[in-house]
Design a binder for this molecule. Sequence first.
Ligand SMILES: Cc1cc2nc3c(=O)[nH]c(=O)nc-3n(C[C@H](O)[C@H](O)[C@H](O)COP(=O)(O)OP(=O)(O)OC[C@H]3O[C@@H](n4cnc5c(N)ncnc54)[C@H](O)[C@@H]3O)c2cc1C
Length: 271
Amino acid sequence: MAQIKPFAATFHLQEMVQTIEKIGGPSFRVTTDRGKVFEVKVIVVAAGGGSFQPKRPPIPGIEAYESKSVHYSVRQMDIFRDRRILIVGGGDSALDWTLNLAPVAAHVTLLHRRSEFRAAPASVNKMMALVGEGRIDFVLGQVSALQGKDGQIAKAIVKRNDGSNFEIACDALLPFFGLTMKLGPVADWNLKMQDEEYIVVDPATFESSVPGIFAIGDINWYPGKLKLILCGFHEAALMAQKAHRYVFPDKRLVFQYTTSSTSLQKKLGVA
Ligand SMILES: Cc1cc2nc3c(=O)[nH]c(=O)nc-3n(C[C@H](O)[C@H](O)[C@H](O)COP(=O)(O)OP(=O)(O)OC[C@H]3O[C@@H](n4cnc5c(N)ncnc54)[C@H](O)[C@@H]3O)c2cc1C
C-alpha cells in the first residue's frame, strides 16, 4: 500500500466483480455484486484462484429462491426487518447473525443438525440465553425442502434427526455452510479458458481472447506459466505497455528506470 500511495489509486474493497459487458471497442461496463457500475477502457483480471463462494446446502430447487428470499450473506440488516427468518448452521456466521438479527426480525429460528457448535462459546451462550428468554427458537434438524412462489419462500420442511418432518413458516432463509474457493463469475465472462480454470493470454501482452481484457497472476495461462509473485509482477509490467495504448492512444509511453529517472524518484518520494 505504501508503494502504491504516490500513484493515488482508488480501491473498492469487499465486493466482487459480477458481470462484464462490452460497450465499445474496447470499452466495458463492469458491475459488482454491490451494484456499483464502472465504465472502463481496459480491464485487468487479477483474480488468482477465484473468489470465496458460499457453499450451497443440498436442498432441491434452492436456486429458485436465491437472492430473493435465500441469502448467503447479510449486506443490509434492514431487509430482514419484521421478517420471519430461518438461519441454518452452527458456525460463527450462523450464530453472529442470529444474535444480530434477533432484535430486528419479527422472529428468528436457528436450525442446526446437532447440539454442538463450531462457533465461539460466548456466542453460543448468548444465543441460548435468548432461547431461554423466549426471544428466539433453536431447533435441531436439517432443511429437506422449501415451499413458496416466485422466489419467495413461505415455509421450510425440516427433517428431525429421528426422521420425522415438521414445517417452519418463514420469509427468509439464511444458510451459513461455510465458503469454498471457486472461479466464480470469471467463468461467465466469455474469455477463452484453459482447463476451465485459467484465462488464456498472449505472453507478450497478457491480453486475453477479448481485446482490452488482460489477465495477470495466478488466474492466467500461457505455455510455461509459473504461479509465482515474481511472474505476476513481470506480467503486470508487460500488460501495462499494451493497456497504456488503449487508455492513452495519443500519449507516448516513456520507458524509465527508477535508478536513473529523477521524475520517478520524485514521485516515489526517494529523490
Ligand atoms: C502455500 C503457498 C505458498 C506460496 N509461496 C510463494 C512464495 O514463497 N513465493 C512466491 O513467489 N509465490 C508463492 N506462492 C504463490 C503466490 O501466492 C501467488 O502466485 C500469488 O499470490 C498470486 O497472486 P494473484 O494476485 O494472482 O492472486 P491472489 O493473491 O489469489 O488474489 C486474487 C484476488 O482476487 C479476488 N477475486 C477473485 N475473483 C474476484 C472477482 N470476481 N471480483 C473481485 N475480486 C475477485 C480474490 O478474492 C483475491 O483477493 C505461494 C502460494 C501458496 C498457495
